[in-house]
Each structure stands twice: as C-alpha cells, then as structure tokens.
Design a protein around this ligand. Structure first.
Ligand code: DAT
Ligand code: MG
Length: 151
C-alpha cells in the first residue's frame, strides 16, 4: 500500500475544478484517508518545495501556492503514487497526454492545477509534512476488494 499527497492548487480551487479533480482520483478507486481546505503558509510552502530552492521558477512557485487556498489530500492504494501521476499528466500541461487533468484543463506549467508525490518515499514524507496523524483515517471502503487485489 502506498500513500500519496495530492494538492489541488490555487488555480484549481479558483476555477471550480476541485470536484472534477477529486472525482477522477475517487473513480480510479484509490482510498481517501485525509483532506483539508487551507491557506498554505510561506513556511510550509518552502518546506514542501525545498528541492526546488534556487531554481529560476522557485519564487513564482512559492507565491502561486500561497496565493489563495488549496485542497490538500492524502490518498492510499497499491501504486497510488504512479496512478495519481498518470491521472495528472506531465508537469508541463502542453506536454501532458490528452485525457489527463493537466492536458484537459491547463496550458501553463506555472498554473498546472495539481501536485502529486513523485515516489513512494516522498508520498510518505509529504503526507507526514501536511497532516497530523489524527487527521488521517484508517479505514477500508466497501467493495475495495474489487479494486485492490490484496488488502
Ligand atoms: P511536478 O509538479 O510535476 O511534480 P516538479 O516537482 O518538477 O513537477 O515541479 C514542481 C512545480 O514547479 C511544477 O508543478 C510546476 C513548477 N515548475 C517545475 N518546473 C518548472 C519550470 N521549468 N518552469 C516553471 N515552473 C516549473
Ligand atoms: Mg514534484
């Protein structure tokens, strides 16, 4: 079982795409274990995007993610990280495959709607960064055995 952190970024919230984005992940069959609507502080943004510090787009990225509220979620499932990355599409929306969230709804890399963890280790670390353990539910969805072969 993997965990992945998903953020509907400020553009996704402002454009009314929260339900659309959550719906795609939900229908894929992954298990939602945490969700909150929040304004991201500059401190949290800096910790989340620490790996990009010093890059030319870093300042723009921090001001974008802190510009307006986001929806942040933790999802669980076998291959959850890869499944969400596939649903989101490539970082640059015009390079993303048709049918992905970024290709369907975005055009610019700096307004690409979503974040998804990029490895199982980062999935665990990012969920721990954004959620307290008492904000995460341990549960199973009815009928999950029809999506997850092993539980
Ligand atoms: P992803 O969000 O697909 O994991 P990433 O981790 O490489 O991509 O970068 C984080 C975010 O930073 C990305 O969603 C958009 C922004 N970004 C990345 N590369 C960029 C670039 N070359 N120009 C502008 N923004 C960029
Ligand atoms: Mg990334």
């Amino acid at each position: 079982m993997e965990r992945t952190l998903v953020i509907v970024k400020p553009d996704g919230v402002q454009r009314g795409l929260v339900g659309e984005i959550i719906g795609r992940i939900e229908r894929r069959g992954l298990r939602l274990i945490g969700m909150k609507f929040m304004q991201v502080s500059p401190e949290l943004a800096a910790r989340h995007y620490a790996i990009h510090k010093g890059k030319p787009f870093y300042d723009g990225l921090i001001s974008y993610i802190t510009s307006s509220p986001v929806v942040v979620m933790a999802w669980e499932g076998p291959k959850a990280v890869e499944a969400v990355r596939q649903l989101m599409g490539a970082t640059n929306p015009t390079a993303a495959a048709p049918g992905t969230i970024r290709a369907d709804f975005a055009v610019e890399i700096g307004r690409n709607l979503t974040h998804g963890s990029d490895s199982p280790d980062n999935g665990l670390a990012e969920v721990a960064l954004w959620f307290q353990s008492n904000e995460l539910a341990s549960w199973q969805r009815d009928g999950e055995c029809w999506v997850f072969e092993k539980n």
